[in-house]
Design a protein. Sequence first.
Length: 607
Amino acid sequence: MCGIVAYTGFRDARPILIEGLKRLEYRGYDSAGIAIVNNGLKVRKSAGRISVLENLITHDDLRGTCGMAHTRWATHGAPNDVNAHPHTDASGRIALIHNGIIENYKALRTYLEHRGVEFKSETDTEVLVQLIGHFYTKDLETAVRTALQDVRGTYGIAVVCSEEPGKIVAARKGSPLIIGVGDGEYVVASDAAAIVQHTTQVIYLNDGEMAVVWDDGFKTTTLDAMPVNKEVTELEITLEDIELSGHEHFMLKEILEQPAAMADCMRGRVTVSDGRIHLGGLANLTRELVRTKRFILTGCGTAWHAGLIGEYLFEDLARIPAEVEYASEFRYRNPIIEPGTVVIAISQSGETADTLAALREARDKGALAIGAVNVVGSTIARETDAGVYLHVGPEIGVASTKAYIGQVLVLTMIALYLGRRRHLSQPDLQAYIEALDSIPEKVRQITQQSAEIRVVADKFKDSENWLYLGRGYNYPTALEGALKLKEISYIHAEGMPAAEMKHGPIALITKDMPVVFIATKNSQYDKVISNIEEVRARSGRVIAVATEGDKDIASLAEHVFYVPDVPEPLQPLVTIIPLQLLAYHAAVLRGCDVDKPRNLAKSVTVE
């Protein structure tokens, strides 16, 4: 969950590294550091945001054509100057930056301490660099390779040494690393965002692989020193994709990008003219998918909420049993995987550690594996049997918005794709396709309510406890709406099925509590209205998301956000939009850092 960027070439490394860190700050922002190799090894690091580090080195003579930098999300040890990366070995000649967790660091630390090594930090990362220093005999590649044989855990690392200037050694196990290939220069990073300004030619390291990079070339091997020929591929993102483009925050930019993102996600897949869903990524497995006996959808956080909608969609539209599993729980409970089981791994980054582990557990037990990820070339994309990319463009804001919409949209398309092959009539499919085709414009119309939603957010921003309630397809939307508010405004919010409120949580309702109902016209509308009356009887403050034209609900709710009418299985694609904007405005009005909420990072690559 940290940001790694390293450079070797012919240019001054410092501005490239600092710019790269800024591109990666959404991956971790507890502390930051930089190391430059030039007639020795110079390291500077500090707690806080990258701007603190930038100010620290303003007048330093940190110049050289090889170096690396890091932005940290703390795991082992508090976010302070000492625990910040890069870490150096006892001799001060080797520096390392690391993303991941070294699980056996305590045993390795004891081993090194018995041999006279003194540690400065509380981190697991320092153990690894000290171990590399322990094995170093004028060959950095061999020292890294030897040290990694003793390591248990996950890592994406970059290592430099003052005695081998111009060289970067990188290795990966469970944490992403990409190498940007330029003309006489190379950038090693944990995310393409740090590379795209300099080159669009990249290679992706797989687990168990190592790269050695010089200013005039590179080589890739396994950790056992077996040569690996890597294909150079073209990045699918542009610099414009990862810039604010005049918006105040990335989150707002990405909320407003959702109509275009949905259109991109459906382009070439949903065709009104011939009434078909085309999913090329699944074409070779269509027969197996149609015959499957059970779907397991697995993910974490927002992706789990998308999976819950997927469960409803698969059972409703495709008539296939489905269940959604928290990836972090699934991997540890010895799940039953019967013949005919398909697992769908849902992840924005394609690198989420728990989801990747759940995927591997399911595959080991014989499941067919499908991926629904956004990042092309990510680990989940490479390890699944097939998949459907979201194609919603890069998402920089930590709180997911357009990736969530993309996940729900992909699961909707898969459910319709299979449903037509099992029981849906062509006229029914055609109706859904026409409705899907119209949704991007409807989402654009909803975003135009932003100013009105801001007024409501201002009214309730100081309320410290909220409830979000929905039924059926709108229950997962309630969960996601509550999560968004928690993530970025630090308000406690709880989402639940509206019917469950009376089985305990109704005791929390007071005259000061905002209760958000997703109350669109659908099969359970009358039941939701009854639940609203129960809240009103206890003086709760009702905010409703309702279907355009529903005038009755205005007499029951203090505030109403209207969304266009769409078929019930497609309602999650529109009902979440007002809730994203509500959370965004509440956070801004409370003075919170919307794009970099405390304690969170974008890509969770550790347990």
